[in-house]
Design a protein around this ligand. Structure first.
Ligand code: B3K
Ligand code: ZN
Length: 885
């Protein structure tokens, strides 16, 4: 924490470092009330940048460190030989190559920010990305400084039998005085400090092995606390599948002899890809049918894969500077989503990703924190681990994949990995490799990296029966975002087909082209306005546009509701069938919101019921798809779409429509519900998960009819379920139902049964915090008094405060502003403990421009109050000040 104004860092100011660190030798001496960190660095002048005759000072990053000793080439320096401030240690090396030895003292047990070396429960662990290593020792803490690390960890044997770091264990390990022992690790691959990791604890392990494509046997280990030993199988299977997939899909083989995952309870995000030693939030490792839902199983699979894939996209080839973060994150998210698609269903995975992107990233891109996939500036890099860098970044890579085709893309990534192995590079280098391998020119495409905001794409069409010609025209426009008022046209790949009145795809012959494009094509839109003419079209077609969401844009086309019904029933493309049903539901809901606001009674558009009826009766369709299609768009998405969001009206209209659909389709829903088998034994395969997903979606609808007979079915499911997915779905339905007695009983039974399982209790917290029944704020305040709640555990903060502010819109936005006041108080409180988590909580308030005037004022007031707080962290300062600007 500091008092002076935090300063902004600009991409345009990037310069190479003055020095390199070839070797890094670290020794950690861990104690209960402090840790000593001894480093020995082999350094040399960066000759490309500066000459030896005017050697620049060496400025090492360091924060919250107590400096014990500095030695330069084995000579102890005195205080006069160096300068120290809050962020750095500066000294003047006498030669172009030198050895620097530094000892610092830190207090991991008091580190509540969970960055650097800290304690989670009884174990020591680290989190160094992005700039956490500087909280461990003085160093060149920047990703373009890559060094070979050797690490020795010394700690009490009894308390910390397991001592881990990156790389391969060096045979030597042994006893030290006073019941202490030590282990040394060596990582042969040069890496930036952000990939450093250390773990010390009393851990047990699940061990397995994997034989790579070249026949090397890799030792695989998942370390957890003893009570979680039975919950690691799914993570281990996911790891092995990821390793195989990366070999088959990208030709990437694992490189060390050992790969370790450690689960910790207190972790700021999902997981971290430290070389050879991934540290995970336990919520992304542990999964077992009794305690984890299918969603949690899928998240474990995706996060294990994501972190594993970073070994190439991030570790072997890393980022030159933090502005390039999407180089590794966008690419790796794209890789993990394709992996998940291959493991389960591509269409369902795509629907989930697009739903998430549109409700959340689009909102970010339209708000005060909007920034390009490659940002131009930041105050605190931790604030830029955003949906834009990750999810929009992945969309950008997906478009490159679409434009090049799978084979061309693979040629490009092969060249990228080969050309840049062991280097710290930029997004431009990535695109250049794809261009060079394919003879492509992506100069215009690269605007996706530099322009923020979600482009709008308006499509229109005209059919000329006499000429048998169909004209499809597009107009693109990207709204202004902070610091970017003028935007240039971007390359927008539109995957599309034309459907005849039978719903069949028509042959696509573009005027001026000699060859037909078959029945589906990708139109590349590059101009602000552009037209495509299709020839030999003998009837008025209905276009199926942006299939698979081939570009992250807001597409509009003047579809009538009947058109959407037709597409929802007949489009051969699964994604666009869902999209048509979504579009219809959005249109219906937006209409209902307006009608409700004028005080008129609401009526159900039977066309939507008809689409749902057809889908419910279609047993040939993947059950997970049925569940997706009959799920109404979220309140958050409706807020995002609205010019001014009227929270109560949105909530009312959506709840009304759900209940109305449930009543209108009760017998069809009941029939389908009854026909779905309840499996005797649990399985986490795709088909079983799909069946559960549909069954529980149907249960949710049935419960809206408030029929006591159904309530009993729900209670029975809650009691008898042999897995957490079904149990939790029943609990959610009960918690949001008017059956007070059953709700209370279910919550109590659940809490009693699972009190010893923190991750299960997180679900219990979050279901209640997210419940839209009235009185939400009081409930949340009560939950915070629960003995298991603590602000020091990020998962608990997310489960209670995060769920309330992000998923419980009616209660968070209660008209008197008490929800805003509550959140601002928590932000201020949390900022003293954990600035990264505090800054994340600002998001719902930062969206104040979306709401009506009275709410805008109340939200701004709270932001202003946060900003006026003394000793605000740069993290919260940046988000709040930008939100108010
Ligand atoms: N690379 C880490 C994120 C680190 C966040 C630091 N504030 C996890 C991931 O994206 O794989
Ligand atoms: Zn990542």
């Amino acid at each position: 924490m500091r008092t002076e104004q935090p300063k902004t860092i600009y991409l345009k100011d990037y310069q190479q470092p003055d020095y390199w660190i070839d070797e890094t030798h670290l020794t950690f001496d861990l104690f209960e009330d402090h840790a000593l960190v001894h480093s020995r660095l082999s350094m040399r002048l960066n000759a490309d940048k500066t000459s030896t005759d005017k050697q620049p000072p060496l400025v090492l990053d360091g924060q919250l460190l107590e400096l014990i000793k500095v030695e330069l080439d084995d000579k102890v320096l005195s205080a006069a030989d160096y300068q120290i401030d809050d962020d750095s240690l500066t000294l003047q090396p006498g030669a172009a190559s030198f050895e620097l030895a530094i000892t610092t003292r830190i207090e991991p047990q008091n580190n509540t920010a969970l960055e650097g070396l800290y304690k989670s429960g009884t174990m020591f662990c680290t989190q160094c990305e992005a700039e956490g290593f500087r909280k461990i020792t003085y160093y060149l803490d920047r990703p373009d400084v890559m060094s070979r690390f050797t690490t020795t960890v010394i700690a009490e044997r009894e308390r910390y039998p397991v001592l881990l770091s990156n790389g391969n264990p060096i045979a030597s390990s042994g006893d030290h005085e006073n019941g202490r022992h030590w282990v040394s690790w060596e990582d042969p691959f040069p890496k930036p400090a952000y990939l450093f990791a250390l773990v010390a604890g009393d851990l047990c392990l699940l061990q397995d092995s994997f034989v790579t494509m070249s026949g090397r046997e890799i030792d695989l280990r998942i370390y957890v606390e003893a009570e979680n030993r039975e919950q690691c199988d799914h993570a281990m299977d996911s790891l092995k599948r990821s390793m195989r997939w990366d070999e088959e899909t990208y030709g990437r083989e694992y490189d060390l002899d050992i790969f370790m995952i450690v689960a910790v309870n207190d972790f700021n995000m999902g997981a971290m890809e430290n070389k050879g030693l991934n540290v995970f939030n336990s919520s992304c490792v542990l999964a077992q049918q009794d305690t984890a839902t299918d969603l949690a199983f899928q998240r474990v699979e995706a996060v294990v894969a994501h972190e594993y894939f970073h070994n190439w996209s991030g570790n072997r080839v890393t980022c030159r500077d933090w502005f390039q973060l999407s180089l590794k994150e966008g690419f790796t998210v794209f890789r993990d989503s394709e992996f998940s698609g291959d493991m389960n269903s591509h269409t369902v995975k795509r629907i989930e990703d697009v739903t998430f992107l549109r409700a959340n990233q689009f909102a970010e891109d339209a708000g005060p924190m909007a920034h390009p996939v490659r940002p131009d500036s930041f105050i605190e890099i931790s604030n830029f681990y955003t949906l834009t860098v990750y999810e929009k970044g992945a969309e950008v890579v997906r478009m490159l994949h679409t434009l090049l085709g799978a084979e061309g893309f693979r040629k490009g990534t092969d060249l990228y990995f080969e050309r840049h192995d062991g280097q710290a590079v930029t997004c431009d280098d990535f695109v250049k490799a794809l261009e060079d391998a394919n003879g492509a020119d992506f100069s215009q495409f690269k605007r996706w990296y530099s322009q923020a905001g979600t482009p709008r794409l308006e499509a229109a069409s005209h059919y000329d029966a006499t000429k048998r010609e169909y004209r499809l025209s597009f107009r693109q426009h990207c709204p202004a975002t902070p610091g970017q008022s003028e935007k240039l046209p971007q390359v927008i790949p539109v995957r599309m087909a034309l459907l005849n009145t039978q719903g069949q795809e028509m042959a696509l012959q573009l005027a001026g082209e000699s060859q037909s494009r078959g029945y589906e094509t990708v139109l590349s839109i590059t101009e602000a306005e552009q037209e495509f003419v299709f020839s030999n079209i003998d009837q008025q077609p209905l276009p199926s546009l942006l299939r698979g969401f081939s570009a992250p844009v807001k597409l509009s086309y003047p579809y009538s509701r009947d058109d959407r019904v037709f597409l929802a029933k007949h489009d051969p493309d699964g994604f666009n069938r869902w999209e048509a049903a979504q579009g219809l539901a959005v249109d219906v809901l937006q209409g209902l919101v307006e009608i409700h606001r004028t005080g008129r009674p609401l009526h159900l558009d039977q066309r939507l019921a008809e689409v749902y009826r057809t889908v419910l009766a279609d047993t040939s369709l993947d059950a997970a798809m049925v569940a997706e299609i009959i799920r109404l768009p979220s309140e958050a998405y409706l807020v995002e779409l609205a010019e001014t969001a009227h929270v109560e009206a949105i909530h009312f209209a959506r709840e009304w429509l759900r209940a109305e659909l449930a009543r209108a389709l009760k017998s069809e829903i009941q029939q389908r519900f009854d026909a779905l088998p309840t499996a005797e034994t649990y399985s986490a395969d795709a088909a079983s998960m799909a069946a559960r997903s549909l069954k529980n979606t149907l249960l949710g609808y049935l419960m809206l009819t408030e029929d006591p007979a159904i309530m009993h079915v729900c209670v029975r499911q809650f009691v008898e379920a042999n897995n957490m997915t079904d149990r939790q779905a029943a609990l959610v339905a009960l918690v949001n139902s008017p059956f007070d007695e059953q709700r209370k009983a279910a919550l109590d039974t659940f809490a009693e049964r699972w009190a010893a399982y923190p991750l299960v209790m997180d679900q219990w917290f979050s279901i209640q915090a997210g419940s839209t029944l009235s009185g939400g704020l009081a409930r949340v305040e009560e939950l915070m008094q629960h003995p298991l709640f603590t602000l020091r555990n990020p998962n608990k903060v997310r489960a209670v405060i995060g769920a309330f502010a992000n998923q419980n819109l009616v209660n968070f936005h209660q008209a008197d502003g008490a929800g805003y006041r509550f959140l601002a108080d928590r932000i201020i409180e949390l900022d003293r403990l954990n600035p990264q988590i505090a800054a994340r909580l600002v998001t719902p308030l930062s969206r104040w421009r979306k709401f009506a005037e009275d709410r805008q004022q109340l939200m701004q007031q709270e932001l202003a109050r946060v900003l006026a707080t003394e000793q605000l962290s740069p993290d919260v300062y940046e988000v709040v000040s930008k939100s108010l600007a």
